[in-house]
Design a protein around this ligand. Structure first.
Ligand code: FDA
Length: 323
């Protein structure tokens, strides 16, 4: 309930204006976001690499409805990848990038696409523009010696995101897809994706979804996660186990005990359970930290606050102590 209310409130422009203007918000943002510039992203990536962790960098922003903005986001990624390569951070994919398809134009023309299945549906234009920008980023990543993972967003974008990845994968075999255990369709998607060499990140899913599309209780989402995990870890792909949930991390470690340690990885968010990230890496696991950077951090922050009452309490306490 609280999670749904928070995610719904996140859509209000008034609340966005209020929250982003509060000085105390900045302190909380600093816990989850590397900073605003490419320099900040590179600095944090370097320090995580020095701690033995792998990194994926996300340039914050989503739901772009302006084609110039979509193009600017792609350019930002190309510049970031150039900088990371120059700093020697991309070797063997040690630092890669995560891209949200809607940040590079997937929802362009979606209002006009109402006839194609309702408002917010992906239009042919949006899919083509996003695919072109993602290809540009994938070329830059390959030139830099690393790769790209396409983040998963709300269920209306799932088919298009998976289609774009499938179309690019013959030329960019290491391009990764993300699937969300919360969606009812995901087990079927995972069966199709558990193919040799395919990189698949499994997460719980951070969006408020309709009941027809998604499991609604935490218990059902966790059970779905465990089923998908089992399929991925029994398959020939490269599973990326994205969760902070101690039970699911333990299940993953147990299911993967016969796999080579470099044939899968754990992934966690920057600022969430950093001690556990280091503990797993020290035990010989590959651990990648998802590090967002950029000025457009509002949607990301709200999803983190909605996930965990303790995060929300921390946020409210910071507001209180600064007032
Ligand atoms: P959940 O939030 O249910 O927490 C389970 C347990 O983990 C808690 O009970 C607690 O024990 C522990 N825990 C969680 N947070 C903690 C904290 N701050 N401190 C201490 N313990 C904590 N989503 C999406 O829709 N699309 C995407 O592309 C991605 N990408 C992505 C990449 C990576 C690397 C990660 C880790 C996550 C994503 N997500 C995502 C977000 C994901 O869907 C999900 O919303 C969050 O990871 C939270 O879910 P958890 O699996 O961590 O469990």
């Amino acid at each position: 309930m609280l999670r749904r209310a928070l995610l719904a409130a996140a859509a209000s422009e008034q609340i966005r204006g209020l929250v982003t203007a509060l000085p105390a918000t900045r302190a909380v943002v600093g816990r989850y976001v590397a900073g605003e510039s490419i320099g900040d992203a590179v600095r944090v990536a370097r320090s995580l690499r020095e701690a033995g962790l792998l990194v994926t960098l996300d340039y914050l922003g989503e739901d772009t409805t302006d084609s110039l903005r979509a193009s600017a986001v792609a350019t930002q990624y190309v510049q970031l990848l150039g900088k990371l390569a120059a700093e020697g951070l991309t070797e063997a994919g040690a630092v890669e990038v995560s891209v949200k398809p809607t940040a590079v134009g997937l929802l362009l023309g979606s209002a006009e696409a109402a006839g194609e299945g309702g408002p917010g549906r992906v239009s042919a234009l949006g899919e083509r523009v996003a695919a072109e920008h993602i290809e540009r980023i994938a070329v830059a990543a390959r030139d830099a010696g690393t790769t790209v993972t396409l983040d998963a967003e709300d269920h209306r974008t799932t088919d298009a995101g998976l289609r774009i990845a499938a179309a690019l994968r013959p030329r960019f075999p290491s391009l990764g897809s993300v699937v969300q255990a919360a969606l009812r369709r995901t087990e079927t998607d995972v069966r199709a994706l558990a193919a040799p060499g395919v990189r698949v990140r499994l997460c719980k899913g951070a969006y408020a979804e309709p009941v027809a599309e998604a499991f609604t209780t935490r218990h059902d989402v966790d059970k779905s996660y465990a089923r998908c995990l089992r399929l991925l870890l029994a398959g020939a792909g490269y599973p990326m186990v994205a969760t902070h949930d101690p039970r699911l991390v333990a299940i993953a470690r147990s299911l993967a005990r016969d796999r080579a340690p470099d044939s899968f990885e754990h992934q966690m968010l920057y600022g969430v359970r950093p001690d556990e990230q280091r503990r797993l890496a020290a035990a010989g696991a590959r651990v990648r930290v998802y590090v967002p950077y950029g000025g457009d951090w509002y949607g990301y922050l709200v999803r983190r606050l909605a996930e965990r009452p303790a995060n929300l309490t921390f946020f409210l306490r910071s507001l209180w102590s600064s007032s």
